[in-house]
Write a protein that binds this ligand. Sequence first.
Ligand code: ATP
Length: 360
Amino acid sequence: MKDAHLVLGVLNGDDIGHEVVPAAVEVATEAAERHGLRIDWRPMPIGRSALDTHGSTLPPGTLETLATFDGFVLGPIGHREYPKGPGAINPHPIMRKHFNLFANVRPTRSYPDIGCLHDNIDLVIVRENNEGFQPDRNVVAGSGEFRPSEGMTISVRVITRVGSERVARVALNLARSRRKLLTIVHKNTVFKLGCGMFVEECYRAAADFPDVEVNEVIVDTMAMRLVRDPQSFDVVVTTNMFGDILTDEAAGLVGGLGMAPGLCIGDGDFAMAQATHGSAPDIAGTGKANPYAMIDSTRMLLDWLGRRRGIPAAVEAAQAMQRAIVATLADPKARTGDIRGSGNTASMTAAILAGLSLRA
Ligand code: ATP
């Protein structure tokens, strides 16, 4: 068993990141202390505030320093609001790529009375993170989008065998630990080569998981079925852009973006907690931000690191967070307005902190 100690970077991000990330750190710190886990948090500048103080939204040395930690919590990035300039880049695709965090694990779960469109939703979308259609991350130099003439733009989609197989393995392992059902989402009816390769590699990986049932759904049908019968899915694996869209749709089923956590993982022992939502500048500073997504992303980080690194105290801390979160979501006075509550970021965080004393 490893020493019950983790060193984690904490990067607030922009806008509501300055509210929900400190909430997540506070909850995780308290949960860790109660279970004998020491977390050494290392705050680092990122985003708009780093541009002002360090001349870059991703200051030099950030990646090298993060690499010496066990993982990190990244708040939402509001890159669309950055002023145009050489230091103003969108840092998170660079981080996902640099640390080879090729799988973005995004759970969707319904809770009673918070405005979910269905009951009993419990699915996880595993989104390929580092290739696909996203032009700022699917090439090592330049961009996956270019404009040969004023009237024409070409966007390139990258699918590789290795990238497809490794994300499939993450999804299959996850399915094995859950209800043992994997759904491959694609559009190989049109993208015969690209999606065709993705599907082939998913099935190739699945041969090593005979205990997991595998089926496939075309992405447009999936968009419809997610709305109509989301309970029929357990783990879903898909390419980057489809995953980007479907995870927001899934969030819409269970109360919105405040209810959409995520964890970016790769083959190693290093991970990044990153909620699905953006920096929500429209509600920044109002106290309305739902901290669930960020707190639950941080819970996922502790759970994953605890399991990967053999630190039971981290898994126990994550389980305590889970109990506290479930209890808090049942309290309309604690909950934020987006999930039919009369509370705010502070009341929801305080209720989760109080719930950490709940026993299993
Ligand atoms: P991005 O493209 O960077 O992911 P986005 O365009 O999806 O960003 P968000 O910043 O995520 O936009 O916000 C979309 C909507 O969801 C906004 O109305 C915002 O207020 C709401 N929202 C996002 N996150 C939260 C949250 N944690 N709590 C409550 N509302 C949120």
